[in-house]
Write a protein that binds this ligand. Structure first.
Ligand code: FE
Length: 195
């Protein structure tokens, strides 16, 4: 395993004002890299250190699972956003959203509701399961990577994702994610990979 987190796909101030540089500074430098540092310590001298991150996530539990999954989930979350994101999807993604959610507004509404309904920390996900797109949420570090569902998009629901910018207002954070940050190109790329 490469024990470095990938670089952020944009500058730390590139998502402002929807997400501030200060939020990304703490979230990426302290939280994301912190999970990797803990994982590296936990796997030091162990055979699992030679596995890929995905293999470790699928075959571990406890602290190793939590830190490995948090590393993977955060990399996926950064890719789920882009500067001047939001807007409407096109092509196959647009068709998928229309087929499985009715329309884009219904999708966004379900995204916000699923995020608000998750008690405590976790993630909201768009996944492809049995050929159908659906929204689900997971607790703490849990990730669809350990299931048959293919992750297409995520929002981090941990308070550290929004407290600096939005204080306790998770709803405002989820709304700004769908309106100004959501990276539909990433959804399209994941959908293509899923075949
Ligand atoms: Fe986080």
């Amino acid at each position: 395993m490469n024990f470095e987190v990938p670089p952020l796909p944009y500058a730390k101030d590139a998502l402002a004002p929807a997400m501030s540089a200060e939020t990304l500074e703490f979230h990426y430098e302290k939280h994301h890299k912190g999970y990797m540092t803990k994982l590296k310590t936990l796997l030091e001298g162990k055979a699992e250190a030679n596995k890929s991150l995905e293999e470790v996530i699928r075959s571990s539990s406890g602290g190793v699972f939590n830190n490995a999954a948090q590393v993977w989930n955060h990399t996926f979350f950064w890719e789920s956003m882009k500067p001047q994101g939001g807007g409407a999807p096109s092509g196959e993604v647009a068709s998928l959203i229309q087929r499985d959610f009715g329309d884009l507004d219904a999708f966004k509404q379900q995204w916000v509701t699923a995020g608000l309904d998750r008690f405590g920390s976790g993630y909201v996900w768009l996944v492809l399961e049995g050929g159908k797109a659906k929204i689900l949420s997971t607790a703490n570090a849990e990730t669809p990577l350990t299931t048959a569902a293919v992750p297409l998009l995520t929002t981090d629901l941990w308070e550290h994702a929004y407290y600096i910018d939005r204080r306790n207002d998770r709803a405002a954070f989820l709304k700004v994610f769908t309106e100004e940050l959501l990276n539909w190109d990433f959804v399209a790329a994941n959908l293509k990979k899923a075949g």
